[in-house]
Design a protein around this ligand. Structure first.
Ligand code: NAP
Length: 249
């Protein structure tokens, strides 16, 4: 019960890695607040997690995130751990990349995450922890990944600066960077058929030294470790949860 009575905000907590983490936090005693865009899966997550509260809020809409933080301030008065996990994918070859593609990915994966951290910090104090979700895609060549790589790589760079600025305040800031994980994200690539998804999954599995996709629960375990006091001497770290892909692939 590493998170007994801790207030945990999981941004992007209604699906995949975020949902698995929200459930794992709750199983260790946390009071979970979660956000997402899709009301049906937010409701399902809240129903499955005792004591949880959900917010429908687009992370790219900074006013919407202000409203989330204001409600948590009024209801809970603090945030002990922030897991900023919302993310979107989408592939476009560099020649075809449009400013709209770029803005969409950046608005969620980088700008939205950065300013959500800034807003949540107002409710955080010494002993608090922040975990952000990066990706091996921010560190490796994946064709068609310009916008995603820039956003996740940018989030990694910003995470280090934020960690450095907060170290004196006793707030730790770390990142988990997953490799290929079996989540709904795989099915969210516009224009991809199920056959395309299956072909992409095969390519990804072949690239992983462990020859399988990871599970959301395996990423959640790393998130909980970094968020917990077990990681009390760890800040500005980036933990790859990728079956060895980046280092051995
Ligand atoms: P997922 O199941 O699609 O979950 C993505 C989460 O982000 C959902 O909760 C989603 O909410 C939320 N989200 C997306 N756009 C949002 C927006 N504009 N405002 C608020 N919330 C938004 O995929 P996942 O694999 O668990 O992804 C979680 C994180 O892991 C992402 O940052 C992703 O980039 C990263 N990641 C995933 C993999 C992988 O292979 N799966 C690999 C590396 C990194 P809704 O469902 O309501 O849209």
């Amino acid at each position: 019960m590493r998170f007994s009575d801790k207030i945990i905000l999981v941004v992007g907590g209604n699906s995949g890695i975020g949902l698995a983490s929200a459930q794992a936090f709750a199983a260790e005693g946390a009071i979970v607040r979660l956000t997402g865009r899709d009301q049906a899966t937010i409701d399902a997550a809240v129903a499955a997690i005792p004591g949880a509260k959900g917010y429908r809020a687009d992370i790219a809409d900074l006013d919407a995130m202000d409203a989330v933080i204001a409600d948590i301030a009024a209801q809970d008065g603090r945030i002990d751990t922030l897991f900023v996990n919302a993310g979107v994918g989408g592939f476009a070859s560099f020649r075809d990349l449009t400013p709209d593609d770029w803005d969409h990915v950046d608005g969620v994966n980088l700008r939205g995450c950065i300013f959500t951290i800034q807003k949540a910090l107002k409710l955080m104090s010494r002993g608090g922890s922040i975990v952000a979700t990066g990706s091996i895609g921010g560190h490796a060549f994946v064709p068609g990944n310009t916008a995603y790589a820039a956003a996740k790589g940018g989030l990694y760079a910003a995470m280090k600066v934020i960690a450095g600025e907060l170290v004196g305040e006793g707030i730790r800031v770390n990142m988990v960077s997953p490799g290929p994980i079996e989540t709904p994200l795989l099915h969210r690539n516009p224009g991809m058929s199920e056959a395309d998804v299956e072909a992409m999954r095969e390519v990804m599995i072949n690239a992983v030294p462990m020859k399988r996709m990871g599970r959301a629960e395996e990423v959640a375990r790393a998130v909980l470790f970094l968020a917990s006091d077990e990681a009390s001497f760890i800040t500005a770290a980036n933990l790859f949860v990728d079956g060895g892909t980046l280092e051995l692939g």
